[in-house]
Design a protein around this ligand. Structure first.
Ligand SMILES: O=C[C@H](O)[C@H](O)[C@H](O)COP(=O)(O)O
Length: 246
């Protein structure tokens, strides 16, 4: 079973949630791309939905598939967002932003009644942080913001961990769809994601970070089971009020 097969299996499971007339948030990345391809098939077969894309890449992919699109100005409230993730823990906390789309992804997810994550089960982790945490920052004051982010990381129990600026394929500093820079924090493990989130948000130049905490309510994680794909379901319904998994 190949990685694309697993991504398609998770995406197909999420597609079952889509109903006629729904206002969808449409994620970014290779797993979201698998979902867009399947959704395109349904749209061409007559399904009427409207989507808000989380990146320019997703907008282009949706237009290619003939999926009707809107903006959050036109549709400020969405029914369901389906998106990938870089890491998922047992409490449905996520790291996102490996594809640089974290800001729009978080805005769209927060405007949705539900956010469902689709991913290869290899993205499931015990502790978030092996995947470098993306931090989107305003280009104004970049050096000062970098230092303030390092301080926030140290105060969150992640002292001395390397911070790097994300580059694009040509080796130039990457700019996000919103025109911001991206830092990647190579933390290894994040002992207190909520504390780190609060400290990062307190830095004026930080636009957003890739910790999605208390946002996703379901994750469909696909793994190989013999020659088939099995989809594991993580649901917020299985969490206690303090956010711990039952
Ligand atoms: O910025 C990109 C997004 O957060 C993606 O959803 C995330 O990186 C997962 O991407 P993929 O499905 O390609 O692993």
């Amino acid at each position: 079973m190949s990685a694309p097969d697993l991504r398609r299996a998770a995406a197909a499971r999420a597609l079952e949630l889509v109903e006629p007339g729904m206002r969808l948030g449409i994620g970014t990345g290779s797993t979201a791309a698998a979902f867009i391809a399947l959704l395109g098939d349904r749209v061409r077969a007559g399904l009427d939905v409207i989507g808000v894309p989380t990146s320019e890449a997703t907008r282009i992919a949706c237009e290619r598939e003939g999926i009707r699109l809107a903006t959050l100005e036109e549709l400020p409230e969405l029914d369901l967002t389906i998106d990938g993730a870089d890491e998922v823990d047992a409490n449905l906390r996520l790291i996102k932003g490996g594809g640089a789309a974290l800001l729009r992804e978080k805005i769209v997810a927060m405007a949705s009644r539900r956010m469902v994550v689709i991913a290869d089960a290899a993205k499931r982790v015990e502790t978030l942080g092996a995947f470098p945490l993306p931090i989107e920052v305003n280009v104004f004051g970049f050096g000062a913001t970098w230092r303030a982010v390092e301080k926030a990381l140290a105060e969150s129990g992640c002292a001395g961990k390397p911070l790097t600026r994300r580059l694009d394929a040509a080796g130039e500093p990457l700019l996000t769809d919103g025109g911001h820079a991206l830092l990647d924090a190579h933390l290894g493990a994040i002992p207190d994601p909520e504390g780190l989130s609060a400290r990062l948000w307190a830095v004026p130049g930080v636009v957003e970070h890739g910790l999605f905490l208390g946002i996703a309510d379901t994750a469909y994680l696909a793994e190989a089971s013999g020659s088939e794909a099995r989809v594991i379901v993580l649901s917020a319904d299985d969490l206690t009020t303090s956010g711990q998994r039952l």
